[in-house]
Design a protein around this ligand. Structure first.
Ligand code: 9MR
Ligand code: ZN
Length: 536
């Protein structure tokens, strides 16, 4: 990594013309901003700041306002930092975050034409046996490797696809460019081509009775080898209530999105979604997923399937207009459903997207009026969190979890939604601070997206990046980031116990708990990036 610059933390990918430019300034003293001609365009006195609780830094957010496109330099005493303001500042990184998913493709080779030096032969092509009945063997191919490991998991895949599909539905001009993937030029936007690669796999994860297998993985994580060298058998692990509901929701949503492009594919998805729903109706009592004995791959269970069923009912109603789904969604909607959650565990935020942005007023009193009120009220909390942070980061100091980038991006998604629903600029501006966080305006002075930023993640916990012998990691993958809540002993050993949560991070390959990548961390960042990348 380059040396951290003492005074300034910035969005290392630059800032967009037309949006406020915010930087985080450590310490005190007058900050000047000079343009390329060396003229002072801003001069701001920064008083002694308070200590930011999450990072321990004495830091102030400085709003430089809207600036014309150009190169600038921040100055305070001998400290200097360049920043640039340009149209479409985040176009490349937003599209790279989508292309990052292409690099996770399984069951096929990555060709040099599309993957450059990261090309590799096909991986994981052998038929899989059901864990519970080894005599049942099926060839299940495709899908994305979930994260730094080579497992493929239904629920996480479904939420990832949903983030992409909503990004495209709401902000098509922010994420609609070609990605140089095998399908490019087929008349379908590449973001949908890439999402379809996962959808085709999800469809194969359905058992004949309508339920979905939780995952397709080996019994243990592979060592750090290339995917094509990972030859141990994969298994279809037991079915899972949450995964079944998430798949139903995602497939029903995808039905609506893909119908104009490929009706037969869309119909296949809707049928699968309905069968999954019927299975859930026939199995009302939630059974938590547990890894079978001897299985050590990702758990991805849940405490309840309430938010998952809620999301599924909303999407099935949006897809079919059938009143039974609406009634189900109304019954499933309770104040207990976390509405700002967009991750693999709780999916209330995705149901909220469906109701407030697709169904809208047609959703009726409960699913529109009441839901909107509840949602907006909870968004105030995200805004308050952002305001309480020296970096504007909408995360409680004691909530730096494994994959802290997910709640940060989730809160950004929620605040974007709130600003779209109300026209409130404070929500939009706070969401923008979360995007800046991802791209370097944070206590680590680090851009969390591989291949981007002046100070970059170089050693993500990602098997191909660790095993391919290439110095630079696979590009376009977002690191989970600092985690102090649920750490591996190896990480704890390497960091002093008084390390503040927002700095509890290691750019080291073994540190899965702070530096892994995951498809469902990329995808909320795609949503946020697509919004801010939309031309005015
Ligand atoms: O994202 C998951 C995180 O919320 C959990 O705390 C963590 C530990 O159980 O697991 C994360 O998910 C991992 C999954 O289990 C296996 N594939 C890699 C995922 C990202 O680290
Ligand atoms: Zn594979």
């Amino acid at each position: 990594m380059n040396q951290a610059t003492p005074a300034f933390r910035i969005d290392q990918e630059g800032y967009a013309a037309g949006l406020p430019v915010c930087t985080a300034v450590l310490g005190e003293g007058t900050v000047t901003l000079k343009n390329a001609a060396g003229e002072t365009v801003r001069s701001i006195a920064v008083n002694a700041p308070e200590t930011d609780p999450a990072s321990g830094d004495a830091v102030t957010l400085v709003d430089l306002g809207v600036l014309e496109s150009g190169e600038y330099e921040l100055e305070r005493g001998i400290d200097r930092r360049r920043l640039s303001v340009k149209p479409r500042a985040w176009n490349a990184v937003t599209h790279a975050l989508i292309k990052g998913l292409y690099f996770q493709r399984c069951g096929c080779g990555l060709s040099p034409e599309h993957a450059g030096v990261y090309a590799h032969p096909p991986c994981h092509t052998a038929p899989a046996a059901e864990w519970e009945d080894r005599s049942v063997r099926r060839r299940v191919t495709g899908g994305w490797h979930d994260a730094g490991d080579y497992g493929k998991y239904t629920g996480p895949g479904a939420v990832t696809v949903a983030h992409l599909l909503y990004a495209w539905k709401l902000f098509p001009r922010g994420c609609g460019e070609d990605l140089n993937i095998p399908e490019t030029g087929n008349g379908v936007p590449d973001i949908l081509n890439e999402a379809r690669f996962e959808l085709e796999w999800i469809l194969q994860m359905q058992r004949s009775d309508g339920a979905f297998h939780n995952k397709l993985t080996k019994s243990h994580f592979a060592p750090f080898i290339m995917p094509q060298d990972d030859l141990e058998p994969e298994y279809l692990m037991p079915v899972c209530w949450c995964a079944t509901a998430d798949a139903a929701a995602c497939l029903a949503l995808a039905y609506r999105v893909y119908r104009p492009f490929d009706e037969a594919f869309a119909n296949r998805m809707l049928l699968a979604a309905k069968r999954a729903w019927d299975w859930l109706q026939a199995h009302p009592d939630y059974v938590p997923f547990m890894n079978p004995e001897g299985v050590r791959t990702g758990w991805y269970g849940g405490r309840s399937d309430a938010s998952n069923r809620f999301w599924a009912a909303c999407e099935l109603y949006a897809a079919t207009g059938e009143p039974a789904y609406r009634q189900a969604a109304e019954q499933l909607y309770t104040p207990k459903i976390p509405l700002l959650e967009f991750g693999w565990m709780e999916v209330g935020g995705l149901g909220t997207l469906c109701c407030l942005f697709d169904l809208k007023e047609n959703a009726g009193d409960v699913l529109y009026t009441r839901l909107k009120e509840d949602f907006l009220r909870r968004c105030e909390k995200a805004l308050t969190l952002s305001k309480a942070s020296g970096y504007g980061t909408a995360l409680e100091p004691d909530r730096y979890v494994w994959g802290s980038i997910l709640p940060v991006m989730g809160n950004a998604m929620a605040m974007i939604m709130a600003s779209l629903l109300t026209g409130r600029q404070d929500m939009r501006d706070a969401a923008l601070l979360q995007w800046h966080y991802a791209l370097g305006m944070n206590a680590l002075d680090l851009c969390f997206v591989t291949g981007f930023g002046e100070r970059r993640v170089m050693h993500p916990h990602h098997r191909p990046s660790g095993a391919d012998g290439i110095e630079a990691p696979v590009p376009g993958l977002i690191s989970g980031g600092p985690n102090k809540l649920f750490c591996m002993p190896q990480t704890k050993e390497r960091l002093s116990p008084d390390t503040p949560p927002a700095k509890h991070y290691l750019d080291e390959t073994p540190s899965a708990d702070t530096n892994e990548i995951a498809i469902y961390w990329n995808s909320p960042a795609v949503f946020v990036g697509a919004y801010f990348n939309t031309p005015a």
